[in-house]
Design a protein around this ligand. Structure first.
Ligand code: FAD
Length: 416
């Protein structure tokens, strides 16, 4: 038949899609990326972790990222009531980059996609994947922006559709997350911060003074603006209600302002800040799947499991998944036998499970106690710092290889 036939179809041109495409293209594979939207387009997830710089380098995009003028980032700071702790990512246990950037994703994702195109990748914008047939060789049905329908045959499909979750929906792979349904309300602000002690090189995570389940992010950009958001279960965010239709009392901007004013540190820091857009709302962002990969498809980044944004691990996991899947897929396309469970899903989940330990312990406050402990052991702090810098796959780090046990030991020490 006349149906176009390629090696790999990638759904979505976010970080996981562009990186995977670049790595496969570099090995001479025929790749097509199908992207529903046109870039630049907004995406949440603006604070990167140093670990992802190694994958950006692998994809030959490091120079372009370094030169783009993004806000330099060297760590994370945490605030709860009168306690303030900061982690310097260059002072960590695991070798590898210790600095990264905070980025507006509209620009960052476009830059990665443009770099992939420069390397020869075929990205088709305005092309939405609508259905898939896996009976024989995978066959995608695509609707373009003019309403035209196309078919594309590929030896393998990578789903990099993020919150679009294309294959989990089409193949009925969705599984409820083990984490409670939390929501985020967010915006960009012209911050007008005058406090000379405010460290623009770090993400600031602030905990609500009366409810440690609720937290805020403040992510400075390089041009005097910040990304700001609040996270909690819907009923904990004043003005939001639980429920699928998510009723809102008033508008999202006033919900965000009300919540920000409840944290005295942010209230003071952002006293002269101006909201730039209408605030966004993401409800129930945590997601999971029954299967990450078979011999015909693999789920990358957010199309697979998404835990929680508190440690800014999303883009790092997305890029790691792209790198791991590309390596496995190159072997398969070259005729070697691969086991997607053993070669891709299990190793990827090692890092995701590390983050899971710390995310769960953040919300039950054990990890918050450790973070805000006044007199931490410097060696232990370096090991925890590695994880916060994204090195969640480093089995040499005891806080990775035995994350639960080690964390519990530290918590006991802090609490005694
Ligand atoms: P995406 O970047 O979402 O890209 C998916 C692409 O697929 C999109 O461009 C979309 O248009 C396209 N697509 C969707 N459906 C289709 C279709 N049918 N056909 C074709 N194309 C399609 N991560 C961080 O690293 N740092 C943070 O600070 C951070 N903060 C966050 C805050 C919140 C509140 C949340 C919810 C998440 C946060 N994340 C953060 C996570 C981050 O947003 C994601 O992990 C990351 O964007 C995943 O990248 P991706 O490549 O998997 O998908």
């Amino acid at each position: 038949d006349a149906c176009e036939s390629i090696d790999v179809a990638i759904i979505g041109a976010g970080p996981s899609g562009s990186i995977a495409a670049s790595l496969l293209q570099a090995q001479g594979k025929k790749v097509v990326v199908l992207e529903k939207q046109y870039f630049p387009r907004f995406s949440i997830g603006e604070s990167l972790l140093p670990c992802c710089m190694t994958v950006i380098e692998e994809a030959n995009m490091l120079e372009a990222v370094n030169q783009a003028g993004f806000q330099f980032k060297n760590g994370a700071a945490f605030k709860y009531q009168d306690s303030y702790t900061s982690f310097d990512f260059t002072d960590k246990f695991t070798a590898g980059p210790g600095t990264t950037f905070q980025v507006e994703r509209a620009q960052f994702d476009k830059l990665l996609a443009d770099e992939a195109v420069k390397q020869g990748v075929d990205i088709r914008y305005g092309h939405s994947v609508e259905s898939i047939d896996l009976a024989a060789e995978p066959m995608l049905n695509i609707i373009d922006d003019k309403g035209g329908s196309q078919s594309l045959k590929a030896k393998f499909v990578l789903d990099a559709s993020g919150f679009g979750r294309v294959l989990p929906r089409l193949l009925d792979l969705e599984k409820p997350s083990s984490l409670p349904t939390r929501s985020a309300v967010f915006n960009h602000v012209r911050d007008n911060i005058s406090d000379p002690n405010f460290d623009r090189n770090k993400i600031l995570i602030s905990v609500h003074p009366d409810n440690q389940d609720i937290w805020y992010w403040l992510i400075p950009f390089s041009d005097g603006r910040c990304s700001v958001g609040v996270v909690g279960e819907p009923h904990q965010l004043e003005g939001l209600h639980d429920g699928v239709d998510c009723d809102i009392d008033g508008d999202l901007n006033s919900i965000l302002k009300t919540m920000l004013n409840q944290e005295p540190g942010l209230k003071k820091l952002l006293a002269n800040a101006e909201l730039i857009n209408e605030s966004g709302l993401l409800k129930g962002y945590s997601a999971n799947v029954t299967t990450l990969a078979t011999d015909k498809f693999a789920l990358l980044g957010n199309a697979g499991e998404f835990l929680d944004p508190v440690f800014s691990s999303g883009v790092t996991i997305a890029m790691q998944s792209a790198s791991m899947a590309a390596k496995t897929l190159i072997k398969q396309l070259d005729g070697e036998s691969v086991d997607w469970q053993q070669d891709y899903a299990a190793p990827l989940m090692r890092g995701v499970d590390t983050f899971r330990t710390y995310v769960e312990a953040w919300y039950d406050c054990r990890f918050q106690d450790a973070i805000f402990f006044k007199d931490p052991d410097p060696k232990i702090k370096q090991m925890i710092c590695s994880i916060l810098a994204g090195y969640a796959w480093d089995e040499k780090n005891p806080f990775v290889s035995e994350s639960k046990r080690r964390l519990n030991m530290v918590v006991e020490l802090c609490r005694s």
